[in-house]
Write a new protein. Structure first.
Length: 308
């Protein structure tokens, strides 16, 4: 059953745009998981099981390609990136490669690179007036768009100004979104800091053509210590790069035959990715370079809420 958007009274004046949009019943039933950030687990594929780029006429393999593997993230009592049996039955394996575990099957560096790109935004706390919105960012974004659609149908002020308000109102949510557009029906995951805590919210509502869920995890959220989150990401990064140390060493020893592998470039790429991750991780403990203009953002919400 859907539920209606509701927010703390302290934030009601700031987020009246959601009510003004007539958001109605939100389609995502959310749950709050136990406040536990468990491990991000992964498994790199054996080099012989990785499909080269370029097809069979010009096969090549890069450092990025060698990060091909399986990923799952335990959050509370949910496991993100775990496929349902229905999804696996419908999609099946990609021959001639072996059937793997029921988890996200993609290049692991894509996950880590996309996540680290958010660190500049994640480190900045969200003000208390806006934090109630973080419980269901999908509903907030949808409400803002409904409000904009209503202005286009029944204009009350310049449409471009209304559009700017919506862009501003969505910007801080989008900046904290880890999407998975590279996966079919990939989940959306948001990260919102409030002081020494971090709220993690996920949307796993994608379904197959017959309406069966793609993911075993239900949409939900949990709040954890910010430092705990940082430690978990650091642990995952360390484990990933240790595994890639072994992957690169195996690649240097391997006879690649017709597959083109730039071995000196492989070594350089490995070193540069390690440095990139270390630099990005340090951002989580630093103050924002360009703090968000929260006053401007809140003013956009006020204007959205006062247009009848």
């Amino acid at each position: 059953m859907g539920r209606r958007c509701s927010h703390d009274e302290a934030g009601a004046a700031r987020i009246s745009a959601v009510r003004a949009c007539g958001a109605g019943d939100v389609r995502i039933p959310r749950m709050t998981s136990p406040a536990v950030v468990d491990s991000i687990e992964f498994e790199l594929k054996n080099l012989d099981a990785i499909q080269p780029f370029g097809g069979w006429s010009d096969p090549k393999l890069t450092w990025f390609g060698m990060t091909d593997g399986y990923l799952r993230w335990h959050l509370g009592d949910q496991t993100l990136y775990e496929y349902t049996a229905e999804a696996r039955d419908q999609w099946g394996p990609m021959p001639p490669y072996a059937v793997g575990p029921p988890y996200s099957d993609y290049y692991l560096w894509r996950f880590l690179a996309d996540l680290t790109e958010l660190f500049g935004a994640i480190r900045e706390p969200v003000p208390g007036e806006l934090f109630p919105l973080t419980e269901d960012p999908t509903a907030v974004r949808q409400a803002a768009r409904w409000w904009l659609d209503a202005r286009e149908v029944r204009p009350t002020r310049d449409f471009e100004e209304c559009f700017d308000d919506v862009v501003c109102a969505e910007s801080w949510i989008s900046a904290r979104l880890l999407d998975a557009g590279h996966l079919r029906g990939g989940p959306n995951i948001w990260f919102f800091r409030r002081g020494d805590t971090l709220r993690i919210v996920w949307d796993t509502e994608a379904v197959l053509d017959d309406g069966q869920p793609i993911w075993t995890a239900r949409s939900g959220n949990l709040t954890v210590g910010f430092d705990d989150f940082v430690r978990e990401i650091e642990t995952f990064g360390d484990s990933f790069f240790r595994a890639m140390d072994a992957q690169v060493e195996a690649a240097l020893r391997k006879n690649w035959g017709p597959i083109n592998v730039d071995l000196p470039g492989l070594i350089d790429d490995h070193a540069s990715r390690k440095a990139e991750f270390a630099t990005a991780l340090a951002l989580l403990q630093e103050a924002p370079d360009e703090p968000t203009d929260w006053a401007e953002l809140e003013e956009s919400y006020r204007r959205m809420g006062t247009v009848g």
